[in-house]
Design a protein around this ligand. Structure first.
Ligand code: SAM
Length: 287
């Protein structure tokens, strides 16, 4: 069956039928524009072979589009008030399961194993903006088998995902995204495509999983170095790494490592490329 939610009028009808109240703490901005929904579906390249996980289905708008195009959809929603609404709006599709859970607490690798025989899944979401970064980082670092992650994020987060060294948007998220995936900007989406309207512009980004070209022997150590160096932005890399509670390198060892990697002692973390962080991690691991 074809999706029928996705217009302002249908959305209002459902919200009124259930007396639904938006909860700010859950980052609820529901999509009300069919063109944007079509664009998300196209960017995610959903086919009838796909097992799709949707994060935060809301009242099920995007879920209907996914159910229409995919083999199977699993939608994970934290707000208990939305569960009865989803039962109603998704009633026409028998290939959707709704899980009432916090996505940050769900073992997605386990879900992929049980529901898709461990084969890569596609993740699609109009993300709650307050937890975009932990969700994306979690997917990568827990090695959930994913094919693509297609997400609506704040415009500024989309820029961070694509930023390179030296740019003001460059940070731990840029490095993680670019290490694990190929980012592609699929659409810019203005606030009037949502109800209620968010304060800022949004963008649809597709992250295609890739085998990293950057070789590093200890991925976890590299990302600890990256986090430490961006936690203290205006400091030198040396001080950032020295002051980090999770790391325990001596100043002298860090100085030697920087020199060995051809980096100046007062270099700032935000100027390093992924390859340079990888080389530093490799050196420190051996030292
Ligand atoms: N997909 C719907 C749409 O596009 O209209 C809703 C998108 S809305 C931006 C984000 C959704 O994520 C809300 O339904 C919210 O309740 C849900 N959500 C927020 N935090 C969550 C979490 N930790 N785990 C699962 N869902 C969450």
């Amino acid at each position: 069956k074809k999706p029928w939610l996705g217009t302002p009028q249908r959305t209002i009808e459902i919200l009124q039928k259930y007396g639904f109240r938006f909860q700010k703490k859950f980052g609820q901005n529901f999509l009300i524009d069919p063109h944007v929904l079509d664009k998300i579906l196209a960017a995610a390249e959903i086919t009838e072979d796909d097992f799709v996980v949707e994060i935060g289905p809301g009242i099920g708008t995007l879920t209907q589009y996914l159910a229409y195009a995919a083999r199977e959809v699993c939608a994970v929603e934290i707000d208990r008030n939305l569960i009865p609404i989803l039962e109603d709006t998704l009633n026409d599709w028998d290939n959707v399961t709704v899980i009432h859970e916090d996505i940050l607490k769900l073992d997605l690798a386990d879900l992929a194993e049980k529901k898709n025989g461990g084969k890569p899944v596609k993740i699609v979401a109009n993300l709650p903006y307050y937890i975009t970064t932990p969700i994306i980082m979690g997917l990568f670092e827990n090695h959930v088998p994913v094919d693509t992650i297609t997400v609506m994020v704040q415009k500024e987060v989309a820029s961070r995902m694509q930023a390179g060294p030296g740019s003001k948007d460059y940070g731990a998220l840029s490095l993680a995204v670019q290490y694990y995936a190929e980012p592609y900007l699929a659409a810019n989406v203005p606030p009037n495509c949502f109800m209620p309207r968010p304060q800022v512009g949004s963008a649809v980004i597709r992250l295609r999983n890739k085998v990293s070209k950057t070789e590093v022997s200890d991925e976890a150590l590299m990302f600890r170095l990256i986090r430490a160096s961006f936690n203290q932005r205006r400091k030198t890399l040396l001080n950032g790494l020295r002051n980090d509670k999770g790391l325990s390198f001596q100043k002298e060892d860090l100085e030697i490592a920087l020199a060995a990697c051809g980096l100046s002692p007062d270099v700032r973390g935000e100027t390093l490329t992924l390859e340079q962080f990888a080389a530093l991690a490799d050196y420190l691991r051996r030292s």
